[in-house]
Design a binder for this molecule. Structure first.
Ligand SMILES: Cc1cc2nc3c(=O)[nH]c(=O)nc-3n(C[C@H](O)[C@H](O)[C@H](O)COP(=O)(O)OP(=O)(O)OC[C@H]3O[C@@H](n4cnc5c(N)ncnc54)[C@H](O)[C@@H]3O)c2cc1C
Length: 445
């Protein structure tokens, strides 16, 4: 039996950051125990969602993966592993609705929409603001109510509800507003009115600019971290098949058993619970309450530059289209397509019943209708991809179920972290941060 201090399950950014920072902590403190870890990854490559598939010179991330950093420690981490190999890119995103292109975010850029839509949205935003001033705001129960109270019924009906219904695959009445604290721009009335008049605030939202590797796609970042990890401590193509938290052992698919003092896992929570021994029945029922969308998206390699003009990603809220977002990797970073060509992704609505072929037809029709695609343009790559775990659904049972499930593991020495280990809506930086925090905490245990 192999003995390690920390068993790391999953080699996405959470696991990679955990491993990297454990080694850093070991070097900094002289506590060699911290560097005694084993990382077990199911797939043949590290990186998880931050891998990049290269097909005929086109680079496809698992849909857009743009890096936003708010913690100085994570800025330092990226600088340490990437040196000068990162670009800073200014956001150029748009929304297609009501027959026109407008700036992102919708709620702060009503200018350019048909006048009756602008009027409806501004009037309702004023009413919502007056209601707040009169102290009439009440506790909200779901995302739709939150939007009406915060933005007014116009913006809610014209963008928030249709877009989020496509993204989450369920009516916004079924989800809470808790996922959106950091990710949803919340302009005040003055900013909504300014946007309706055409005064554009390019800095709105958390993603006004982002970092991205100069070459090789987002996987370059994961590779740069992995290159700093001793390969003897990484086991690919391997999964845990049974974890006994009382005995502190894990049986692995390669037939070996590992004993550990503690675990950092970014394995999706339902999959993890399937292999943890001796879980009380009540908790197993809690696992059944976890909801998550599965993503279907399509990659395109097109032999023409600047498809989507210079737009990096486009939101498409209206229900008549089966997709909710179209992005151009190569408009964000030119190295993501061969010279003179474009690499695109299209994210299909979670509630879309259409077949892949039907969706692809509608994508081509949409791009042609906008003048972004000519009938003789060569589509050199066209494929369909799936992400089993996409967006964790913040419905009413969410908080209780998550707290019980994570608490049970935590009290037995297993830290379940990351986007699907922690069962949250979170970013690459959050994953890196959680790995870092895990390593920092280890020093004091
Ligand atoms: C469509 C989409 C777009 C996104 N866009 C952005 C963006 O623009 N910017 C941003 O900051 N964030 C973005 N994110 C979020 C970001 O991808 C994640 O927060 C982050 O990559 C999560 O890292 P992780 O290590 O927690 O999980 P993962 O990347 O999922 O890594 C988990 C790892 O565990 C492995 N694994 C799974 N099961 C097992 C098992 N049983 N045994 C061993 N290993 C296992 C997996 O193979 C994987 O390598 C996006 C996410 C999605 C879904």
């Amino acid at each position: 039996m192999q003995r390690v201090d920390t068993l790391i399950l999953g080699g996405g950014l959470t696991g990679l950051s955990g491993a990297y920072h454990l080694d850093r902590q070991a070097a900094a403190t002289g506590d060699l125990r911290l560097g005694d870890w084993l990382l077990v990854e199911r797939d043949a490559r590290l990186g998880g969602l931050t891998r990049t598939e290269v097909v005929d010179g086109y680079h496809f991330d698992h849909t857009g993966h743009w890096l936003h950093l708010r913690y100085p420690e994570m800025q330092q981490f990226v600088a340490d592993v990437m040196g000068d190999q990162m670009l800073r890119v200014a956001r150029r995103s748009r929304i297609w609705s009501h027959g026109v292109l407008t700036q992102f975010p919708f709620q702060q850029n009503l200018h350019g929409l048909p006048l009756e839509v602008v009027h409806e949205c501004v009037q309702a935003a004023i009413e919502a603001s007056l209601a707040e001033a009169r102290g009439e705001h009440v506790p909200v129960h779901n995302f739709a109510e939150f939007c009406v109270q915060r933005f007014g019924k116009g913006i809610t009906d014209r963008f928030m509800v249709p877009y989020n219904t496509k993204l989450w695959g369920c009516p916004p009445e079924e989800i809470t507003a808790d996922w959106c604290a950091r990710f949803l721009p919340k302009p005040n009335l003055s900013q909504i009115v300014a946007g309706a008049l055409g005064i554009v605030d390019e800095t709105a939202g958390y993603n006004a600019s982002f970092l991205y590797p100069k070459a090789g796609g987002i996987e370059s970042f994961a590779k740069a971290i992995a290159a700093r990890l001793p390969s003897a401590k990484v086991r690919l193509n391997t999964v845990p098949v049974r974890i006994d938290l009382a005995a502190r052992t894990a049986g692995l698919s390669d037939g070996t058993t590992v004993s550990f003092r503690r675990v950092l896992s970014s394995v999706p929570l339902p999959d993890l619970y399937a292999i943890v021994a001796d879980v009380p029945d009540a908790l197993r029922e809690r696992v059944g309450q976890l909801r998550c969308t599965s993503l279907r998206y399509m990659n395109y390699g097109i032999a023409r530059p600047g498809v989507l003009d210079d737009i990096q990603w486009l939101y498409v809220p209206e229900p008549r289209y089966p997709f909710y977002r179209i992005g151009s990797f190569s408009n964000a970073v030119a190295s993501l397509a061969p010279a003179g060509k474009s690499s695109l992704y299209v994210e299909v609505a979670a509630n879309c019943p259409d077949s892949d072929g039907d969706v692809q037809l509608q994508v081509r029709q949409f791009l042609r209708a906008q003048g972004w695609l000519e009938s003789d343009d060569q589509i050199e790559v066209q494929d369909v991809r799936h992400i089993r775990y996409g967006y964790v659904v913040f419905d009413r049972p969410y908080f209780g179920a998550r707290a019980d499930l994570l608490g049970h593991l935590e009290s037995r020495g297993l830290a379940s972290r990351g986007r699907y280990g922690g069962w949250v809506y979170s970013s690459m930086e959050d994953a890196m941060w959680e790995g870092y925090q895990f390593a920092r905490a280890a020093e004091f245990e």
